[in-house]
Design a protein around this ligand. Structure first.
Ligand SMILES: Nc1ncnc2c1ncn2[C@@H]1O[C@H](COP(=O)(O)OP(=O)(O)O)[C@@H](O)[C@H]1O
Ligand SMILES: Nc1ccn([C@@H]2O[C@H](COP(=O)(O)O)[C@@H](O)[C@H]2O)c(=O)n1
Length: 301
């Protein structure tokens, strides 16, 4: 069955907003959605009407591919591997993110874990926003999709904690029984995490140890997004954000600010934001709250 997932609307003819796209990866039940929720709450976005939001969050689960009848039967018995990259519709995910980056409004299905299927009756409308968080276990797995992100976060929660959280969640919220959850975990979830998800940690710009418990890391990211939003409202484009996201923060070698052009061409607001962010990064890395990778994977604008 074909589904038209977007209606081609943009924010308006004169002002096409291209959002800053943040990928949020991590193992199952690491706290990816909770981290996104906390970011939205701290930015005052969670309670806001969704047509007005500056920051929106999307789950990769909306891009599971539709199962054949035979696969559905397997899934009902816990014998389908939802943690393998083949379980996702990579092309649709890529096309949708491209549309979002072009400032289009898109419609995506929600996901129903009880029936293991996409729910086209409950479509989610994603309105053009300034910042888009895209979270899921394999958002950094596909190179074409990975390259779309302006910033990549990896939520790094230890596997015992993740299992301890997944079991009650899957029983209470996803309609599973204990036996099925544990069998699926040992057969598919754990091996696929090790093979496909965990290796993508190396692509992250920022690794968040302990997930949503790490309020320091979340505060830092929130401040960074705030600086971006303030900067964008002054300058009306993503240009300056791209400049300071491309900085080599130099955490390992004494923390010197690189990217003289950014400082020279930016406003004093931008300069102060860069300085604040760089100093905070150095301090936090020393305290083990966040791990920074130098931004070698970021696209150049
Ligand atoms: N820091 C935390 N402390 C306690 N429970 C948490 C914490 N973070 C997440 N959870 C719970 O663990 C489960 C999985 O969290 P979630 O954010 O949905 O993870 P993910 O999106 O990575 O699958 C949820 O039931 C959530 O409420
Ligand atoms: N029908 C499905 C689809 C997915 N899963 C599991 O969900 C996990 C990903 O979601 P998180 O919120 O935990 O990141 C993944 O590990 C799949 O095993 C499922 O059980 N059933």
């Amino acid at each position: 069955m074909e589904h038209n997932l977007h209606n081609g609307d943009t924010a308006g003819k004169d002002e096409v907003k291209s959002p800053f796209l943040i990928g949020v990866a991590g193992g199952t039940a690491s706290g990816k959605s909770t981290v996104c929720k906390k970011i939205m709450e701290q930015l005052g976005q969670a309670e806001m009407d969704h047509t007005q939001r500056q920051v929106v969050a999307i789950s990769q689960d909306s891009f599971y591919r539709e199962l054949t009848a035979a696969e559905k039967l397997k899934a009902q018995k816990g014998l389908f591997n939802f943690d393998h990259p083949d379980a996702f519709n990579e092309e649709l995910m890529f096309d949708t993110l491209q549309l979002i980056l072009k400032g289009h409004k898109v419609k995506i299905p929600s996901y129903d874990y009880r029936t293991n299927s996409l729910d086209f009756e409950n479509m989610l409308v994603i309105y053009p926003a300034d910042v888009v968080l895209f979270e899921g276990i394999l958002v950094f797995y596909f190179p074409k999709i990975r390259d779309l992100f302006h910033m990549k976060l990896f939520v790094d929660t230890d596997s015992d904690t993740r299992l301890a959280r997944r079991v009650p969640r899957d029983i209470n919220e996803r309609g599973r029984d204990l036996d099925a959850v544990l069998t699926q975990y040992m057969t598919f979830v754990k091996p696929a995490f090790e093979e496909f998800c965990s290796p993508t940690k190396k692509f992250a710009d920022v690794i968040i140890p302990r997930g949503a418990d790490n309020t320091v890391a979340i505060d830092l990211i929130v401040q960074h997004i705030r600086d971006f939003l303030n900067n964008r409202s002054c300058h009306g484009s993503t240009g300056n954000m791209a400049l300071y996201m491309n900085l080599d923060l130099g955490v390992a070698d004494g923390g010197a600010l690189a990217g003289g052009d950014a400082v020279a061409s930016g406003s004093s607001n931008t300069y102060n934001a860069i300085r604040r962010f760089s100093t905070l990064c150095k301090e936090l890395t020393m305290k083990g709250n966040v791990f920074f990778e130098t931004n070698k994977n970021l696209p150049h604008h």
